[in-house]
Design a protein around this ligand. Structure first.
Ligand SMILES: Cc1cc2nc3c(=O)[nH]c(=O)nc-3n(C[C@H](O)[C@H](O)[C@H](O)COP(=O)(O)OP(=O)(O)OC[C@H]3O[C@@H](n4cnc5c(N)ncnc54)[C@H](O)[C@@H]3O)c2cc1C
Length: 306
């Protein structure tokens, strides 16, 4: 009988790797090896990789740009499907942007603005993929995926289905898809408003400038915690005196307290220690329990904090 490794190699050739360190696939630059990794360059690649894993009883997980995950130092057992299906089209007349799920949000944001479409300018600051953004309901500067998503195509139990945006129950930085892990976003359709390219591009420039001025440049994963109702997580961590706190090679950014950065060679353990520290101090001082926005992924899948 063909082993999983053989079947994967037969289908994907050099795009299939064994014991592949994951740090290079995450914005944190942290993460031990995946038993198997496949770089998927089309929705069909994703479908085939999932089918092979299921056939062989191998656990699998899809990663977009890895910009909202902290992967354990021990890595991930099973198959990681890195989504590099990046094609997209923009139709300035209808305002429709149709993208494969590995397309990069900053490219969509910049190119749709250049085409004179309004509604995705905020995406220039989000270093994630379309799939990750649909799952997380990514957003910034008052806009988010839910405002402009028309529909998405999913892989669902081996079938391709298209669902309208309303099916995803998007809310603040989450969606149903975050709980329905057997489903994979294959592509998405956004509907934007035709308008003046100069205005859209001015917003793009303003959003980029704002980020450069307020966010750290070191590797990280954006906001670590969700904002609790009525509060900004960063302000609470700052008021708890934790800006600049360090564990190993990770630190709470002196620039923005809701960012933890990898100062060079940090481990997932270093980052987790800072996450715990921030949670404990904020709970002790303000009675508020912070929830992570970043997903913690361990050897056997997603993990939650105690
Ligand atoms: C510097 C920086 C700034 C950021 N600023 C913002 C911000 O302003 N607003 C904001 O909302 N976020 C922000 N983020 C966080 C992050 O970019 C977003 O959450 C983004 O949407 C994650 O996309 P991704 O492709 O990187 O997802 P990943 O990190 O690769 O994955 C996140 C989760 O989604 C799942 N997933 C990924 N692709 C798919 C798919 N195709 N189908 C099903 N599940 C999938 C993964 O399995 C994982 O569970 C920032 C991150 C960084 C590093």
């Amino acid at each position: 009988m063909t082993t999983f490794a053989e079947a994967l190699h037969a289908r994907f050739g050099a795009a299939a790797r064994r014991d592949e360190p994951l740090a290079r696939y995450t914005s944190f630059r942290i993460g031990g090896p995946a038993d198997f990794l496949v770089v998927a360059r089309s929705p069909t690649d994703i479908i085939d990789a999932v089918a092979l894993a299921e056939e062989h009883g191998v656990p699998w997980i899809v990663l977009g740009r890895g910009s909202n995950v902290l992967i354990d130092d021990a890595g991930i057992r099973g198959l990681v499907i890195r989504n590099d299906a990046t094609a997209f089209t923009i139709d300035p007349a209808s305002g429709v942007v149709a993208a494969e799920s590995g397309a990069r949000m900053p490219s969509l944001g910049a190119q749709s603005a250049r085409a004179g479409l309004h509604g995705l300018e905020w995406a220039v600051g989000i270093p994630g993929s379309v799939g990750g953004a649909v799952v997380m309901n990514a957003g910034a500067h008052g806009g988010c995926v839910a405002d402009v998503l028309e529909s998405a195509e999913l892989l669902d139990g081996g079938r391709r289905i298209v669902l309208p945006a309303a099916a995803f129950a998007h809310a603040y930085r989450t969606s149903r898809l975050q709980r329905e892990r057997h489903r994979v976003v294959l592509s998405a359709r956004f509907r934007l408003a035709p308008g003046d390219p100069a205005e859209a591009l001015a917003r793009v420039r303003e959003y980029r400038r704002h980020r450069q001025e307020t966010q750290p440049n070191d590797p990280g994963a954006g906001s670590i915690f969700r904002n609790p109702p009525g509060h900004a997580a960063g302000a609470l961590i700052d008021q708890a005196g934790l800006k600049g706190a360090r564990r190993g090679n990770a630190l709470i950014s002196p620039r923005h307290a809701n960012f933890i950065v990898n100062a060079g060679g940090a481990s997932a353990e270093d980052v987790r220690a800072l996450i715990q520290l921030a949670r404990e101090e904020v709970a002790r001082r303000f009675g508020i329990v912070l929830e992570t926005e970043v997903e913690l992924i361990g050897p056997t899948g997603r993990m939650s904090l105690a």
